[in-house]
Design a protein around this ligand. Structure first.
Ligand code: ZN
Length: 376
């Protein structure tokens, strides 16, 4: 049976209709879906899909499409009988929402920046959403808010599918199922490093672990670490300065495209603090190095923004913020092909055999020079 109770303000507890897309109108707090956490937690599911945990998600009729926040939003849109969805993004969220809209046969409007790189655009355009370029949309949080508000006014029957708790509190629950899956599949690590843009993934994980604790499935949530790029770290700065709100900073600069934000929200600060975690920023060089290391050592080509979490583990170890005997995990949020920076890899640095007949001589020379790491 579905455990959903209500949508309520995290701060003052005032309740709201489930299709609310704002902060609390009384105290400006972020809203959160609340669930009855008595009774059994389904430990026999193996977490193949977040719909295994449908009882712990907002009640929806439509479960035919799968995956996290994008999918949950589309399911809500269908459940609420909306005519379409709209969002503002020029990255992964736009591609995911466009894909799930196509699958749900729902119209989808994506507001993008006027200078969105072709490589990113191609991944979105594959699903043929309606696109509108809006100059200056990401200039500040207020310009983004204004763009979404105007769109909602023009399209009152469409669902605002911007994945961020201050605009869309229900979608955080898609991310909390990651915590469920971690808890069901392995011993929960002491510490989890999470790449942070808006902070929904981090606060969703915290919510999931907290609910597991309330249901007696977990002693305490792991320490959650907010990871951002140096030059795009408003949330980390707020955590380090002990602030309760995230202050908007200068335009963000980091190689990690999905983390290039200059604003944030307090739900991630709260989650980090309550879990006993911390915030950490990593440089472009550290991120690129980590991306190469996990590809070389584990065979995983992860998105550059995910690599930030790995870089942060190394940095936290160096700084003594985590101990070597602590179990640590990082959430890798996307594949490397999502956002591949063209680095200075020059094909001329790769040895060449000038024709096929000289291959063996060239290869022997390389082995002798230990240019490649195989035993002869
Ligand atoms: Zn409130």
């Amino acid at each position: 049976m579905n455990r959903f109770e209500s949508l309520a303000c995290l701060n003052c507890g005032r309740r709201y209709p489930t299709d609310t897309h704002t902060r609390c109108t009384k105290c400006n707090g972020i809203l959160e879906a609340q669930y009855r956490l008595d009774g059994r937690f389904p430990t026999d599911v193996r977490g193949r899909s977040m719909w295994d945990f449908a009882d712990f998600l907002p009640p929806i009729q439509e479960k035919s499409i799968v995956s996290r926040a994008a999918s949950l939003g589309l399911s809500l849109a269908r459940g609420l009988k909306r005519k379409g969805v709209f969002t503002a993004s020029d990255g992964n969220a736009a591609a995911a929402i466009s894909a799930y809209s196509a699958r749900a046969r729902m119209k989808c409007l994506v507001l993008i920046a006027d200078d969105t790189p072709t490589q990113k655009l191609a991944q979105i355009m594959m699903y043929s959403p309606i696109l509108l370029r809006v100059r200056g949309i990401y200039r500040s949080l207020s310009s983004l808010e204004a763009a979404l508000a105007q769109t909602q006014e023009i399209l009152p029957d469409w669902l605002n599918h911007f994945i961020w708790a201050p605009f869309n509190p229900l979608l955080v629950d898609a991310f909390k199922t990651i915590a469920y899956e971690i808890a069901l599949s392995q011993k929960v690590p002491d510490c989890i490093f999470i790449p942070v843009a808006g902070g929904d993934l981090l606060s969703g994980l915290y919510k999931g672990f907290q609910e597991l604790q309330k249901m007696g499935q977990l002693q305490r949530p792991p320490r959650l670490v907010a990871v951002q790029g140096e030059g795009a770290d408003p949330t980390v700065q707020a955590i380090e300065k002990g602030l309760d709100k995230v202050k908007e900073t200068a335009p963000a600069r980091t190689i990690a495209g999905a983390l290039r934000v200059n604003f944030g929200a307090e739900h991630s600060i709260t989650a980090v603090r309550k879990s006993g975690g911390f915030g950490i920023s990593v440089s472009d060089e550290q991120i690129v190095k980590a991306q190469r290391e996990i590809a070389r050592d584990e065979g995983i080509f992860c998105e550059i923004s995910s690599a930030a979490a790995l870089a942060a583990i190394s940095k936290a170890l160096d700084l003594g913020k985590i101990a070597r005997d602590e179990t640590t995990a990082a959430i890798l949020t996307g594949t490397g092909l999502k956002d591949y920076p063209v680095t200075g890899d020059d094909i001329s640095r790769i040895p060449i055999s000038k024709d096929v007949s000289s291959l063996s001589t060239t290869l022997e020379g390389m082995l002798a020079a230990e240019r490649i790491g195989v035993a002869v």
